[in-house]
Design a protein around this ligand. Sequence first.
Ligand SMILES: Cc1ncc(COP(=O)(O)O)c(C=O)c1O
Length: 489
Amino acid sequence: MERRVELTLTLDPKSSKPLQAQVFDQIREIILDGQLKAGMALPPSRLLAERLRVSRNTVIIAYERLAAEGYVKARGTAGLFVGPIPPDSLLLIQRGSQPLTNGPVSEELGEPLLCFAGSPGGGGDRPELDFWVGRSDPGAFPIRIWRRIVSRLLSQETAYLTDYCDPAGLPELRTAISTHLRRARAVAVTEDQVIVTTGGQDALNLVFNLLKSHTRQLCIENPCYLGASLIFRSTELTIHPVPVDGEGLRTDLLPKDRGSLLYVTPSHQFPTGATMSLSRRLALLRWAEETDSYIVEDDYDSDFRYDGPPLTALAGLDGGRRVFYVGTFSKSVGAGLRIGFATVPRMFWGEARMLKARMSNGQAWLEQAALAAFIDEGHFDRHLRRLRQVYKARRDCLVTALRRTFAGAVVIGGDSGLHLVWRLPPGFPPARQIQVMARERGIGVYALSSGAAYDFHSNAVDNMLVFGYSSLNEIQIKKAIAEIQEIIQ
Ligand SMILES: Cc1ncc(COP(=O)(O)O)c(C=O)c1O
């Protein structure tokens, strides 16, 4: 029999957090606490809206997000019910006893810095119509606003150009980043957990260097981001490549040994585009807790989500214990800025800040100050809203062109980010062969083991082609797909 419960929520209309986010957070918390169990029904949205004295839309948006993240499921017209996952055992993860205090600062981090020559995504001899992954539209940089902010800063605050700033990054920027993360990704961090870095790659290096003395083996999703694989492969540590499928990393195949460091892209797996399911996210956190392991969550392109509300990051579920979150402004503002960041559990803050000081003693002031103003003054949100529309139209154009040209084309991973994957039907040439033939015609498309992606198993099934669509306009996209049709025929 269906069990409906009363939900006791307390909303604060004066809070800067939108009402729908308050409703979402509180119901999610009730589910995670185990008060709402699998199979129980949520109250109808109209009823809850009346009780809370909010608009029905507010409740509907919160419900949609709960459904998108897998907490509840619709059963026809009967309403929304708490899903079979997460089972109670998974829910205990966040309730551990480790205190969230500052940890000791170790002096043991004397190893030389890891580095590699040449950016995996960088320049070179690129084809004319290039679906290289993760490149912004060349005209996307908000140059007029940026120029205004920079010239204002230079006329007011030049003293900062002759001084050092905090090695962890400019406090205003760290505050702006933590506010954005809390709001957009449900990652509850404060500015004293954020380290500003030279792009996401530097953040990955920072986290790796920070944790390597705690690490016995490395785990990485396979296929994966080349930049992460380069860092991992430059060490003597054993690497466990863990396969991915349509739900992201196969958590059942993670090694049970203690002391792993895992690299993962749960929101939009690089390169397959899969979104990791909630049950796997929770299984991942439980695995980390049970094996005393740490996770690097690379959330490189999640500012772009086109269908449905944003998904809570893994770091948001973890509650600041075992997940190091890595972000970048390379996709959202511009890779030339070279600004990214890592968030660290409080326990590691002192060590991380000291390591950053040793690596580079902080970041350039002007870009950080300009970016902080750009975010604080609301330009960043507006810029993202505009770009989401542009990139969504390109994504739609690509999906339509593929489906029209190759009847029934299976396209995956297009809900978010800046790339998607076309799974080639049986009888088509292998992806690598299409990549080579396309290249001869001036078109860049990429198999899962090429471009900015890396596959630890060279004999993997080669039937997926990756398309980064953000830097090509609709005319170019249609032209490229028509050419690919000719190539394949
Ligand atoms: C999956 C992934 N992670 C991290 C990055 C790092 O980006 P950057 O170093 O340009 O900020 C990229 C860049 O393309 C990426 O694709």
